[in-house]
Design a binder for this molecule. Structure first.
Ligand code: SAM
Ligand code: SF4
Length: 345
């Protein structure tokens, strides 16, 4: 069992398999895009699998693949099949924008993938196209359908709430009435926006994170209040809290609610308004082989060099070092060197 110096059990590893993406969400990537890393810089599937096996020996039991868009990386389905075969790994999940699921869901399910989180910020086609800078809502919705048709579950939808987007959050509520889908509203996070310190200089800023502004941050309590009021007005009844033990396949910090009789749930994730650092259970591996101990901290450990020139014991040591240096909390840091697409969410 892996336990860090604050007594937290660390059993969840998020692996970003690529920083490339077929969309350009406004809160995740800059308008001008990011320079893709070369193939040499990115870990091979073999390297990821080797690291994952060592991580499982150290106490990791759940892995989520993310990106960038993980489904754009060629060979991802076989990679999932090989990860699934790691002895001691209990579960594997995927976070995706869903647009490639219509084509890939059956093969992914066959490879053993059941848990899928699909990012979808609006059910209005124009807003969706605006947020993703060109994506089509019908593709993402077809992805949700494809996940269900392939027998996947739990199927979750991640919706990042950004005030200036004026999203119709309640439009998601009726989805949960009719289908066992779990819609999670995530607070917009101040990730990205910093630049490397120049020699003799300092970081670009400690008050901005890309396009993130305080004004765009909607606390989860406000989101919940809106859903409660609109649920009552629509005759859906009171939004009831789902007991923690009954959370839909939860490995993370979401609090879940349900309208009476609904097949699905509504969750809120509040990294800013309600710190959940005390319950943090995760490490993150970036596509270029850096181990991040905290989403909001740019402290990283190099795994790629160890994979390419170190021993098996060195790999174990790097994970132990990560546990020993994982910070207690993120202290509301604003801005990071990497954008979210380069960390994996
Ligand atoms: N491309 C995949 C997708 O969109 O699901 C996986 C990678 S994406 C970086 C992972 C998650 O991070 C998505 O749910 C996305 O909405 C979320 N995300 C990206 N930038 C964010 C931000 N600034 N604040 C909160 N969530 C963010
Ligand atoms: Fe791509 Fe996902 Fe980032 Fe959108 S949120 S740009 S789909 S990586």
């Amino acid at each position: 069992m892996a336990v860090d110096r604050f007594g937290r059990r660390i059993d969840y590893l998020r692996i970003s398999v690529t920083d490339r993406c077929n969309l350009r969400c406004i809160y995740c990537m800059p308008a001008e895009g990011v320079a893709w890393r070369s193939h040499e810089e990115v870990l091979s599937f073999e390297e990821i699998e080797r690291f994952a096996a060592v991580a499982v020996e150290e106490g990791i039991s759940k892995i989520r693949l993310t990106g960038g868009e993980p489904l754009v990386r060629r060979g991802i389905i076989d990679h999932i099949g090989r990860l699934r075969a790691i002895t001691g790994l209990e579960a594997i999940a995927l976070t995706t924008n869903g647009t490639l699921l219509p084509k890939m869901a059956p093969a992914l399910a066959e490879a053993g993938l059941t848990r899928v989180n699909i990012s979808l910020d609006s059910l209005n086609p124009d807003v969706y196209t605006h947020v993703t800078r060109g994506g089509r809502l019908e593709d993402a919705l077809a992805g949700v359908d494809a996940a269900f048709a392939a027998g996947m579950g739990p199927v979750k939808i991640n919706c990042v709430v950004v005030r200036s987007l004026d999203q119709d959050l309640f439009a998601f509520a009726s989805m949960t009435l009719e289908r066992p889908v779990h819609v999670r509203f995530i607070e917009y996070m101040p990730v990205g926006g910093e630049s490397e310190p120049t020699p003799g200089g300092s970081c670009a800023s400690d008050t901005t994170a890309g396009d993130w502004t305080e004004a765009d941050h909607v606390p989860s309590d406000e989101t919940l209040a809106t859903l409660i009021a609109e649920g009552l007005a629509a005759g859906y009844g009171e939004l009831e809290a789902v007991p923690r033990g009954e959370a839909p396949g939860g490995w993370g910090p979401a609090s879940y609610y349900r309208f009476p009789g609904a097949l699905g749930t509504i969750g809120v994730i509040s990294p800013l308004s309600h710190h959940f650092c005390g319950e943090c259970n995760r490490l993150r591996l970036t596509a270029d082989g850096k181990l991040r101990m905290c989403l909001f901290s740019d402290d990283e450990l190099d795994v790629r060099d160890v994979l390419r020139s170190g021993s098996e014991q060195d790999l174990h040591d790097v994970i132990r070092k990560a546990l020993a240096s994982k910070p207690e909390s993120h202290n509301m840091r604003i801005g990071t060197l990497r954008r979210m697409s380069q960390i994996g969410g």
